[in-house]
Design a protein around this ligand. Structure first.
Ligand SMILES: Nc1ncnc2c1ncn2[C@@H]1O[C@H](COP(=O)(O)OP(=O)(O)OP(=O)(O)O)[C@@H](O)[C@H]1O
Length: 261
């Protein structure tokens, strides 16, 4: 793929947490616009850390991270707000406001575009109210517009979280173990939603997944982490199931022994 289509670039990225734990080590990685990348690896491999450096939920401690060719490492104030608007994120535990309605939760995805006082009073424009309806339609949740979030199933809540992230009009969607709390049926619905926004809206998706078979079904590229290092990176056409036997058994071996993290 051409270098012009590089959207996210990790250049020798390091992340050491304040307590000394190494989260990421020498990561060199280019993600292209429109890719659906699955990040696999055992627990503690650094998958969440990798995702969270992209929206600066975690600051890196070495190297550089670029989005659209610009280093985001020193972003503050307006630049940081703009970065966070352009990067949507969903989480394993959904992170919704349970006692509020679906509509209110989805509209809250738009707060990055409002002054604090307007959003705290719920003064959203007609255009944004329509945007919320459209986002909910996309994930088949419009009928729940006025339902309280705590009356929804896990899968429905994750779909609301996707709609909320879509309100930001993101270029990038980070999905941190998006289906880890869901049953197989709702897993398919949520993964199909992510695939839809990748293929239909052109949003670049990075999803941390424990399931290799889901990674193979949905992603067009798989990267593997172990002990904070990038140990695997292949387009889906070149991936074989044996690769994962290798990666996971090797990981298990190393985790039991030499490598910290
Ligand atoms: N806030 C933190 N402070 C210190 N260490 C942390 C922090 N967050 C994560 N770590 C450590 O960094 C390493 C990578 O963690 P990370 O959560 O990125 O892994 P992961 O692959 O996403 O794991 P999981 O699948 O369990 O979520 C682990 O050793 C973890 O304990």
């Amino acid at each position: 793929m051409s270098d012009e289509s590089v959207l996210i670039e990790f250049d020798n990225v390091q992340k050491v947490y304040p307590n000394g734990t190494v989260g990421l080590k020498d990561i060199n990685l280019k993600i292209h616009e429109g890719e659906f990348v699955a990040v696999v690896g055992l627990s503690g491999a650094g998958k969440s850390t990798l995702l969270r450096t992209i929206n600066r939920m975690h600051d890196i401690t070495g190297g550089d991270l670029k989005i659209d060719g610009a280093s985001i490492t020193g972003y503050k104030g307006k630049e940081l707000r703009n970065l966070r608007r352009s990067v949507g994120m969903i989480f394993q535990d959904f992170n919704l406001v349970n006692r509020s309605s679906v509509r209110r939760n989805v509209l809250s995805g738009r707060v990055g575009y409002y002054s604090t006082w307007k959003s705290s009073l719920g003064l959203f424009s007609a255009e944004d109210k329509q945007r919320a309806v459209d986002a909910l339609k996309r994930v088949n949740m419009l009928e729940k517009l006025y339902t309280r979030v705590d009356e929804l199933s896990g899968g429905q809540q994750q779909r609301v979280a996707i709609a909320r992230a879509l309100m930001q009009e993101p270029k990038i969607m980070l999905a941190d173990e998006p289906i880890a709390s869901l049953d197989p049926l709702t897993t398919t619905a949520v993964m199909d939603d992510l695939l839809g926004l990748n293929q239909e809206l052109g949003i670049t998706v990075l999803a941390n997944l424990h399931s290799v078979s889901l990674a193979m079904k949905y992603a067009d590229r798989i990267i593997g982490l172990r002990g904070g290092q990038l140990v695997y990176d292949k387009p889906i056409a070149e991936v074989s199931a044996d690769d994962f036997d290798g990666i996971y058994s090797e990981q298990a071996e190393i985790k039991g022994g030499a490598v910290n993290g």
